[in-house]
Design a protein around this ligand. Sequence first.
Ligand code: SF4
Length: 358
Amino acid sequence: MPKKLNGTVIVTYRCNAKCTMCNRYKVPSKPEDEISLETISKLPEMYFTNITGGEPFMRDDLKEIVRELYKKSDRIVISTNGFYTEKIVDLCKEFPQVGIRISIEGLEQTNNEIRGLEDGYNRGYTTLKTLVDMGMKDVGFGMTVQDRNAPDLVPLYDISNELGMEFATASLHNSFYFVESNNIIHDRLMVAQNFESLINKLLNSNSPKKWFRAYFNHGLINYIFSQKRLLPCDMSFDTFFIDPFGDVMPCNGTKEKQVMGNLNTQSWDELWNSGQANEVRKKVRCCDRNCWMIGSVSPAMHKYIWVPFFWVLKHKFLFFFKKKKYSMYENKIVCDYRDGKVTKDALDACSTCEGCAK
Ligand code: SF4
């Protein structure tokens, strides 16, 4: 039996938000060009599928898409800004097992400024609360941490805890997907300090899932200091993205779009085993973008489980009696930066930000 894959389906590039870190809303897809049910039916068996956008709930046929994907995927999670409460609730009534991740970029004022979505925080929060009250089990927040919202990181985690929800984090990235190349963290120590507080909260919890999430956040500190990824990137080998135009890609982190083939015109087997797909895999093997997004890190954490496992073992159990189990200064680069051995310009130059000290 062929190995099940991990897939991300970008169902649309249309978006109702205007986030400061993503210009995708400026170049939306046209509804008539967007991936059809027929193309989706050609996707392979998957153990996990993320549906994302743009804003996926801008598609009027999202329910049909989810129905089709459940024929081939064990688990589905939809990433959304949570604005369209009625549509989300309606979909969840039919698919109570689906996961919903709502992007909230901070407490009310910060969120609305970053998202450029009037009343976005209240809409997102209302949607989350409604889903929890409906008894949905797999519901959570997603937050992209940057200078502006880093101080809201722990308060938002506390809110998610009170509501019994998942709390997913990310940081700023640059790529074709975000139509942005100038994203960068400016005050790295301040942002890392907020991650450090979150990591300690996660490690002090009783949930193994949160201990591993602590490792993910440790990787985000490493990432914002422009260091080499903590785990290899195997995108395009057992993981793929497909965009609204049917193009299959290794990931959403590359500078230019990398295309393995097009599922509108090819069969899955033809595309996945093609010379073009293998060329893209060669590029992935020497990719130096070092991104640390859940889409590429989660499969790597499963595949190289011993790395996060020993990290958790050390921080959770070896430091069992220490209240502060983790320090960001465990990362040599953070010490070097604090001590002035590495400058901001040097770190900026190693980042993917194109307008920063290059
Ligand atoms: S590190 Fe991996 S996920 Fe990031 S751009 Fe390179 S291939 Fe894509």
